[in-house]
Write a protein that binds this ligand. Structure first.
Ligand code: G
Ligand code: G
Ligand code: MN
Ligand code: NA
Length: 257
């Protein structure tokens, strides 16, 4: 309850910020996207990890307000990158994590459309990361909202893929555009044959369903080599870059140019 109250105050006091982790196409080394990741700078305790507080936001319902702030802030930041000529509007995607409770809001579609309108970010640059947790609640409602957003030009990535139900039935019904291979499989891909096999299966699945694919949590060259050999080309992980504060992310794009 103490944490919940601190989080409420954090929003009011502007203690949240967003970091951005680059997503790289290894074929030409270009930064083709970024995932917005929530950070909380507590005035006394210093940086707090979302791993510790996302669940409290979700359970208290505060995630609706905080998630709204994340969307607005991320869209605004990305629109500025575009205006400054630092990203290619045709190739760069802004990825924003959406929690189940946030997605279930009856006006979720309108809220997303509102953030896009206010920021003037081209709709096609926004990609929403959802988890299987969202789907299990109510598949018809989920598909309905996704289709309405896709009509606006927004796309979807299935986050942490392989860790939830990963039912093929769900995947076939869901209008997702991209699968994100969970970092737990990437971590042991080069020394656990089961994880290597799971990755092969996910790559095959993405290919047969015509979905884009990105691997998360790539930290080592041998992991990258393995994934590339399987035919995965997009990466997000410490091998390329940690999540960066806004200024550092801008600098990275500037160097690339
Ligand atoms: O950011 P890591 O850097 O520590 O994130 C930890 C967890 O918090 C991950 O599961 C990530 O998806 C989640 N997370 C980070 N930022 C956000 C956000 O803006 N919204 C939601 N719903 N989850 C987030
Ligand atoms: O659940 P989700 O996939 O949204 O969370 C992304 C999380 O993964 C964030 O906490 C981010 O900081 C973390 N992350 C990104 N790249 C790496 C990496 O190479 N290694 C590890 N251990 N974590 C990573
Ligand atoms: Mn994510
Ligand atoms: Na993930």
């Amino acid at each position: 309850l103490r944490l919940e109250n601190d989080l409420r105050l954090a929003l009011a006091r502007g203690e949240f910020e967003l970091h951005f982790q680059p997503q790289v196409d290894a074929r030409d080394g270009k930064v083709v996207g970024a995932e917005a990741l929530l950070r909380w700078q507590h005035p006394q305790l210093g940086p707090q990890s979302p791993a510790q507080f996302i669940q409290v936001l979700e359970e208290s319902g505060l995630i609706v307000e905080v998630g709204g702030w994340v969307l607005a802030e991320a869209c605004h930041f990305c629109a500025q990158l575009l205006a400054d000529g630092l990203v290619d509007g045709e190739r760069f995607s802004l990825c924003v994590n959406i929690s189940p409770r946030q997605f279930r809001q009856h006006d979720f579609v309108e809220r997303v459309a509102g953030s896009l309108r206010d920021s003037q970010l081209p709709n096609a640059m926004l990609k929403l990361e959802i988890t299987e947790g969202i789907v299990i609640q109510n598949i018809d409602d989920t598909v309905g909202k996704m289709l309405r957003l896709k009509k606006h030009g927004v796309s979807f990535a299935m986050d942490d893929f392989g860790t939830g139900y990963s039912s093929l039935t769900y995947l076939k019904r869901l209008p997702v555009d991209m699968l994100k291979i969970d970092q737990s499989f990437v971590r042991d891909a080069t020394n656990d044959p089961n994880d290597a096999e799971i990755i092969r299966a996910i790559v095959a699945m993405a290919r047969s369903l015509g979905l884009a694919l990105i691997a998360e949590g790539v930290e080592q060259q041998d992991q990258l080599d393995f994934l590339q050999a399987q035919g995965c080309h997009l990466y997000q992980g410490y091998l390329f870059s940690r999540p960066l504060p806004q200024e550092a992310f801008r600098d990275l794009l500037g160097i690339q140019h």
